[in-house]
Write a protein of this length. Structure first.
Length: 320
């Protein structure tokens, strides 16, 4: 959910990330393929230090492992236990606020959150790139592509929204249902849930990207009759040497699953219907807000708008 931003000094979130073997092994392969003997590497958001240690094992001479939370203390212990502490310099702070004494050959970061960008870590990685990376240096990942499709999933819609409109426990919880319809949800979809061909809505080139903000409009054509419950979103992270981390439906499970952007009311669609989707990402300091507008052109102009800003209840976000 939008405002349950992971708390990265919690063992719980690191247990989840480290246990995702697709995520971790893809980064390991990308590092092995791209980090050369004698390289200087910057790891932005090192967490427990797993990527920093991978880079040392790949041949890095020096790794600057940057982490703003107290988990860095555990990372130092793990690196020392593995005999890698001398080659990794752990720096506590935000990437925007720290400095290193030399230029890097490579920047590696697992900055990906819900729909890749929701945690708004991209600007931190961009800051490190602008200040630390050599002109010919590598970014891991190098590109992140975001995809959307119209989606049908009655079971997930029932769980997240419909049941809250049935007065659970004899209480009118329609306001809660409203919030759920304006939030993002981490869901596992199958390819047969998709109502349209997937469309890449943006390619984020990490060699040049500065922030997470964008606004797009796409025309989708319905491929089969069904009930539209909203949008399914996912991403691909692409590394140099052709290594890809793919979170699409039917791909092996990752912690990200797919992202569900619901509409406030399910609507019948038919094969051949044309539907306009307008989608925007708007960052503040702590999170990227998503706004999605789905216009059903063949259905008397029916339009549904979701906006995660409508479930911002205070100036402080909750965390887990």
């Amino acid at each position: 959910m939008s405002f349950f931003i992971p708390k990265y000094d919690s063992l719980r979130i690191h247990d989840l990330m480290l246990s995702d073997s697709i995520r971790t092994q893809t980064y390991q392969r990308a590092i092995k393929a791209n980090v050369k003997d004698g390289d200087v590497v910057v790891d932005v958001g090192t967490g427990t230090g797993i990527l920093a240690m991978f880079t040392v094992k790949a041949g890095a001479r020096k790794v600057y492992a940057i982490e703003p939370t107290g988990i860095i203390n555990l990372a130092q212990r793990i690196a020392k236990t593995n005999g890698l502490g001398d080659q990794i310099e752990f720096i506590m702070g935000r990437a925007e606020d720290v400095d290193i004494p030399e230029k890097a050959d490579c920047i590696v970061s697992e900055w990906l959150g819900v729909f890749a960008i929701q945690e708004n870590m991209l600007p931190s990685v961009a800051s490190a790139r602008e200040r630390f990376l050599k002109p010919e240096g590598k970014m891991l990942p190098e590109k992140v592509s975001l995809f959307l499709s119209l989606v049908e999933n009655e079971e997930s819609y029932e769980e997240k929204i419909t049941r809250w409109n049935r007065k659970p426990y004899g209480i009118d919880y329609s306001d809660f249902a409203f919030c759920q319809a304006n939030d993002t949800h981490v869901i596992t979809f199958a390819s047969n849930n998709l109502l349209s061909d997937p469309a890449c809505i943006i390619d984020i080139d990490m060699r040049y990207a500065i922030d997470s903000n964008f606004r797009i409009e796409k025309l989708f054509k319905v491929q089969r009759d069904g009930i539209c419950h909203g949008l399914a979103g996912w991403f691909q992270a692409i590394f140099p040497e052709g290594i890809i981390l793919n979170t699409a439906p039917e791909q092996p499970w990752t912690e990200w699953c797919q992202t569900f952007f619901p509409i406030s009311e399910p609507i019948q669609v038919n094969q051949g219907d044309e539907i306009i989707v307008r989608f925007a990402a708007e960052a503040d300091n702590k999170v990227v807000h998503f706004v999605w507008e789905i216009a059903f052109m063949n259905l008397k102009g029916a339009t549904f708008i979701g906006d995660t800003r409508k479930v911002k209840f205070s100036t402080d976000y909750f965390s887990i």
